[in-house]
Design a protein. Structure first.
Length: 367
């Protein structure tokens, strides 16, 4: 959340943290990046459809706060495939989700990031593409995707995970990829929209009661992969979602790197169109080698394709006051960590984004 001082909103910068058992970065290290005030975390051992107890949530929150940081939100409380496909057991999973939201509300946590992507939460063809400066980055190439058996996708990247478990690519989930594709065989965009609507309508009462903002993460990349439907990928689709469940607690995670995979998406315009409905922001940069071949870049605008100043300006212009974080850092300075989630480059990214925000804020005060 943003902190208000002297009539001005001061953005709260955060980092994603997977928990002390899973993350290579410690809370102490995050706190020492003095401008990062909180973490966005999760109960990483929980499977989709599983209940999060109040005691488990409070243990996580207490651990974070004992390190001198805040826990302004969760990324993610994952959605089960039964909910996404509209299977008969979805109501059981939705009931568990509602109880989890209730427990989060009782713990004074008011933002939940989630996604509605079938099978693969996100897709990259490389986890350690070498750049000219010797850093390594996450990357995507459509030709590689077109040439690979989806059942073998996990095997093609698992050796570059540096001993970590990547979100959305858990081995137990990847072991049943063929089964998952069968479950989604009859699911097209319209059915996926309908199942998302059913889920949101079911959870909005508890969100209203506990003031919980649901922030859907966009599809990554923002087009169909392996023939699977994608619906949270452009302005028209996201505005459709806002209108179909027109509740301010039904909002988005604005991820510049995910929406930005489609170069036709005007990122600042999308931000301004979603005033009041952006509850969380992931701000990162991409460098495109072609429209379907891209790699993560440093957050600095000139290192990639996006104008990061214009993205931050748009967030400022709409009065964005949710948590924000740098995203998908490069592996630099010989760091060995979960790909995209090391300390060093994300700390540099947080510094850069804070600098942009400060400059924008001060320039507006002088007008």
């Amino acid at each position: 959340m943003a902190v208000q001082t002297g009539g001005e909103f001061v953005m709260q910068m955060t980092m994603r943290w997977y928990g002390s058992q899973y993350d290579t970065v410690t809370l102490q290290q995050i706190r020492q990046t003095a401008y990062v005030k909180g973490v966005i975390s999760t109960l990483y051992n929980k499977m989709p459809g599983e209940l999060w107890t109040y005691e488990e949530i409070m243990a996580l929150k207490n651990e974070v706060e004992a390190a001198g940081l805040t826990l302004p939100g969760i990324e993610s409380v994952n959605i089960s495939d039964a909910i996404k496909t509209g299977a008969p057991e979805r109501d059981k999973d939705i009931d568990a989700y509602i109880k989890t939201l209730e427990n989060l509300g009782k713990a004074d946590i008011h933002m939940v990031c989630y996604n509605f992507m079938p099978v693969f939460d996100w897709t990259r063809t490389e986890l350690a593409r070498m750049r000219k400066d010797g850093s390594t980055v996450l990357a995507y190439n459509q030709k590689t995707v077109d040439s690979i058996d989806p059942a073998k996708m996990f095997d093609s990247i698992s050796n570059d995970m540096n001993g970590t478990v990547m979100p959305g690519w858990e081995p137990e989930r990847m072991a049943k990829v063929k089964q998952l594709f069968e479950e989604y065989a009859d699911i097209d965009e319209e059915k996926l929209f309908a199942n998302l609507k059913y889920f949101l309508e079911a959870i909005m009462p508890v969100c209203d009661k506990y003031d919980i903002n649901m922030a859907i993460h966009p599809d990554d990349p923002s087009w169909s992969v392996f023939g699977l439907p994608r619906i949270i990928n452009n302005k028209d689709h996201i505005m459709r979602m806002m209108k179909m469940v027109d509740n301010p607690h039904n909002g988005v995670t604005f991820c510049s790197g995910s929406y930005g995979t489609n170069l036709e998406n005007d990122l600042p315009d999308m931000i301004r169109s979603l005033k009041g409905r952006i509850h969380f922001a992931h701000v990162r940069n991409l460098k495109f080698n072609s429209p379907t071949d891209f790699e993560e870049a440093a957050h600095l605008s000139s290192d990639g394709t996006f104008d990061m100043y214009e993205i931050m300006l748009a967030l400022y212009d709409i009065g964005f006051d949710g948590p924000i974080r740098p995203d998908h850092g490069r592996m630099i300075w010989d760091e060995v960590a979960m790909p995209g989630y090391g300390l060093y480059d994300r700390a540099l990214g947080a510094t850069y984004l804070n600098g942009l925000w400060e400059a924008i804020e001060k320039s507006h005060k002088q007008k």
